[in-house]
Ligand binder design. Sequence first.
Ligand SMILES: Nc1nc2c([nH]c(=O)n2[C@@H]2O[C@H](COP(=O)(O)OP(=O)(O)OP(=O)(O)O)[C@@H](O)[C@H]2O)c(=O)[nH]1
Ligand SMILES: [Mg+2]
Length: 141
Amino acid sequence: MPDEQIKHVVCGVIFNEYGQVLVGRRRAGVDYANSLEFPGGKVEHHETHEQALIREFEEEVGITVANFKLIYEQRVNGTSEPFHIYFYLIKDFFGQPYGAEGQEVFWLNVDEIDYNRFPPATQLLIQNFILTNNYLNEIYG
Ligand SMILES: Nc1nc2c([nH]c(=O)n2[C@@H]2O[C@H](COP(=O)(O)OP(=O)(O)OP(=O)(O)O)[C@@H](O)[C@H]2O)c(=O)[nH]1
Ligand SMILES: [Mg+2]
């Protein structure tokens, strides 16, 4: 499949004032069902990554996000079709996150993250960006 036809997925990594990261649980019946995830989803036609992140965070966790930085990206073969996934660090948000689509959403301490519970691409993001403490420089540095 030519690269320009591949789906883009954008996900957001957000930390709260306690240094915890926002995580959701994927529902039953979707790919990677019941695994943990960072909120996000597929970029629609004529939408920028930033617009998609803002929309997905409003739809999925009911907060308004701003101030993004790309921290990791990867092509994924996927369970049915390939896609390219982009993880953004989100530096500002407004509102209290909740599972706006009925899914479980919670803040997780970084030292309690078990990366095996996330889809493969997200495992690499966690290993390369969070567990290395690289995120600390981005947020506080
Ligand atoms: N949201 C999210 N999706 C991820 C992560 N890691 C990862 O491989 N994905 C994959 O990215 C793809 C698109 O994400 P999604 O299922 O959230 O898409 P979406 O919100 O647009 O849902 P929809 O298909 O119901 O419209 C899925 O194949 C999903 O498994 C992650 O950390 N967060
Ligand atoms: Mg989603």
